[in-house]
Design a protein around this ligand. Structure first.
Ligand code: ZN
Ligand code: ZN
Length: 127
């Protein structure tokens, strides 16, 4: 008889504990999801495909001549400093050295947002 009471009270205790913690449990994943969303930016590096963290930006230079903007994209902090071996041109798929870059055209869309069209790397454009 005592055993049954112990088991019953154990179930009660776990139920109470579960109720106590279920409130925080449901909130935790939401917060974590937001954190990962904030931690990473939407687009990966177009040269090495590694996911960029917020605040990490692709190194690029813009040149504007006669309303036409050309962008040279050098890469992200990861493939410029840490791992050169993953640097690849998304157009010709050839590997890029750290001093080689991608060339793209940038223009403003009607909604005011910048649009970038990557034409290729120095190698495939000069061919
Ligand atoms: Zn990169
Ligand atoms: Zn290329």
């Amino acid at each position: 008889m005592t055993e049954i009471i112990i088991v019953a009270s154990l179930i009660l205790v776990t139920a109470v504990v579960y109720v106590l913690f279920s409130g925080t449990k449901t909130n935790e994943p939401k917060i974590k999801q937001n954190e990962t969303k904030d931690e990473y930016s939407k687009l990966p590096c177009i040269i090495c495909c590694s996911r960029l963290k917020r605040g990490e930006r692709l190194k690029s230079e813009k040149f504007t001549v006669d309303d036409k903007t050309t962008v040279h994209i050098f890469g992200c902090p990861f493939c410029l400093n840490a791992d050169h071996s993953k640097r690849k041109c998304p157009v010709c798929k050839k590997s890029l050295k750290c001093n080689e870059y991608l060339i793209g055209d940038m223009w403003k869309k009607d909604n005011g947002k910048n649009r970038l069209h990557v034409k290729g790397c120095v190698k495939c454009i000069s061919q």
